[in-house]
Design a protein around this ligand. Structure first.
Ligand code: FES
Length: 128
């Protein structure tokens, strides 16, 4: 699968909304470059955080075990399967599309993911 990624801080800096349907089109049109915006190939057996690291990306993490929110991302498009976790609420997972990238694998050919969403106000109580 192809992971197209966008840094949450780049979204905030430009006053974009993380739930904007056209977010990734805006990023592409704005000529953002890695590490803010780009893509890489991952395989379905890999956790997304590990796949990013294996390709030279430095994404935030702490526990690497689904027990904090440091590695959180928002799935903008595509499917991502997450292992058992007890940090995120059902609403955050189902409605906001938040996933813990250290325990999540790509489950569609293309995934658009906003990484670095540990800076969301709503996650501050779970960031280490
Ligand atoms: Fe803690 Fe992923 S690094 S949940």
């Amino acid at each position: 699968p192809e992971i197209e990624y966008l840094d949450y801080e780049a979204v905030v800096e430009r006053d974009w909304a993380v739930d904007d349907e056209d977010l990734f089109e805006k990023a592409a049109a704005a000529d953002l470059e890695p590490p803010e915006y780009g893509s890489f190939e991952a395989n379905e057996a890999e956790y997304i955080l590990e796949a990013a690291e294996a390709r030279g990306h430095e994404w935030p993490f702490s526990c690497r075990a689904g027990a904090c929110a440091n590695c959180a991302g928002i799935v903008h498009d595509g499917a991502v399967e997450m292992d058992m976790q007890q940090i995120l609420s059902d609403e955050e997972v189902a409605d906001q599309g938040i996933r813990l990238t250290c325990v999540s694998r790509p489950a569609s050919d293309e995934v658009k993911l906003v990484y670095n969403v540990k800076h969301l106000d709503s996650l501050q109580d779970r960031v280490i």
